[in-house]
Unconditional design. Structure first.
Length: 416
């Protein structure tokens, strides 16, 4: 700012000179309100410091727990072929078919069966594999939650195939209609008119396909086309439609690496609980810019060939071990419960980096929250995929979980 101009006559008066100097100082300090630093005597300089710290022993206790979601509870069923590292098979049981048809007010017998059609809903597949073929096998109608992978091995041979369809290479999501012959279920009466099918897949390379389930709202449907004897001796065409009342997928026994490790995913689904201890100096008075939890794999992730899966971290509203409630969604502080997570490819050994910045800020705002984290596969995939992640625990030399925090400590003024 330019200083005011003062005449020589005014400078002749000492008192006026002193008043003019006081006015100049006042104007200059008023200037500093909008332009800090003009008056350093009145505006001491503050030093803003950004620090990065790596906490290699912040995880004090951790454990893996299994049984959160079974394959029978999954929103999809993931089926793989025999040529992959893991084989899995889809199984579906339908509602009971009638042994006669009501025509008008009279029940009429079924004279013959023309054919069956099965509609299965393709929900996901590996588009890198060409020539995907979905195969339908004849299996016993007695399947239930106690049926095992080995129980049905004899029913997943080529001799039990009753229908097949080749899926266009560009199709990733669609309803598939597969025609079955009239003798597809030779034991229909013996099975009390309960029908069941098995699903397997093949492709040009090892691959997978995921199909809809009753839990996910995309259940398979069976339609039977029959000829019925009418009252006047004519044959009438009729179709019976039956939805699925049981569906799941069965897999080969999972092989878990030896050692004290953390496991995420698989069927039934596993989660890992980590209890942290963050220094109070960071949580109590610092501004957290970013925080990341690093998990180090101790073995390649496993799953369907060509698949990938998303791993996420959730805060807890209370720590009761494996049954701890996760922070509910709904905005505000609770928005930290559904973070986007990280995509992991099957077979990967890359370090998994999970952003926990929002969770750390929740802990700052509410000191009653436990410093505990739950690592899991995203909810839509729990119980629905074969994928498993194996990472080091706090007791795994060279592969322990690590937390890095970028933060701003309290302002430090000059001279402090």
């Amino acid at each position: 700012m330019r200083a005011p101009t003062i005449s020589r006559d005014i400078f002749a008066t000492r008192a006026f000179v002193a008043a003019a100097c006081a006015l100049f100082v006042a104007l200059a300090c008023e200037e500093s309100i909008t332009a800090p630093g003009v008056c350093p005597d009145f505006c001491p300089e503050a030093f803003i410091e950004v620090r990065d710290t790596t906490l290699t022993s912040s995880v004090e206790r951790d454990s893996a727990f299994s049984g959160y979601a079974r394959a029978v509870d999954g929103f999809r069923m993931q089926v793989t072929g025999r040529d992959g590292d893991i084989e899995s098979r889809g199984i579906v049981r339908f509602l009971t078919l009638p042994d006669s048809i009501l025509i008008g007010s009279a029940t009429r017998p079924i004279v013959s069966i023309d054919s069956y059609t099965v509609r299965v809903n393709l929900r996901r597949r590996d588009l890198a594999t060409s020539g995907l073929e979905v195969l339908v096998h004849r299996i016993p109608g007695s399947i239930d939650t106690n049926t095992t992978f080995d129980d049905l091995t004899p029913y997943f041979e080529d001799s039990t195939i009753v229908g097949r369809i080749t899926v266009d290479d560009t199709v990733a999501l669609d309803s598939l209609f597969i025609t079955l012959p009239p003798n597809a279920f030779p034991n229909l009466e013996t099975d009390n008119f309960v029908t069941a099918i098995g699903l397997s897949v093949r492709g040009s390379t090892p691959t997978f396909a995921s199909f809809g389930t009753t839990e996910g709202g995309f259940a398979s449907v069976l339609t039977r086309y029959v000829q019925v004897d009418s009252a006047n001796g004519e044959l009438l065409a009729h179709a019976d439609v039956r939805g699925a009342n049981f569906d799941t997928f069965l897999r080969e026994e999972a092989i878990v690496p030896a050692g004290d490790i953390l496991v995420v995913g698989g069927t039934p689904a596993s989660r890992s609980l980590l209890r942290l201890s963050i220094p109070p100096a960071i949580l109590d008075s610092s501004e957290i810019v970013g925080a990341v939890l690093y998990l180090v794999p101790i073995a390649p992730s496993v799953g369907a060939p060509g698949d990938s899966f998303r791993v996420q971290v959730d805060a807890l509203s209370a720590d009761f071990g494996p049954k701890s409630p996760l922070v509910a969604s709904g905005g505000g502080l609770d928005s930290a419960s559904l973070l986007p997570g990280v995509l992991v490819a099957v077979g990967s050994m890359d370090t998994v980096a999970l952003d926990i910045t929002d969770i750390m800020r929740v802990w700052q705002a509410d000191s009653s929250r436990p410093q505990s984290l739950m690592i899991r596969i995203t909810p839509a995939d729990e119980g629905a995929v074969l994928a498993q992640l194996f990472v080091g625990s706090s007791r795994s030399p060279g592969a322990t979980p690590v937390v890095t925090i970028t933060y701003v400590p309290p302002f430090r003024f000059e001279g402090e």
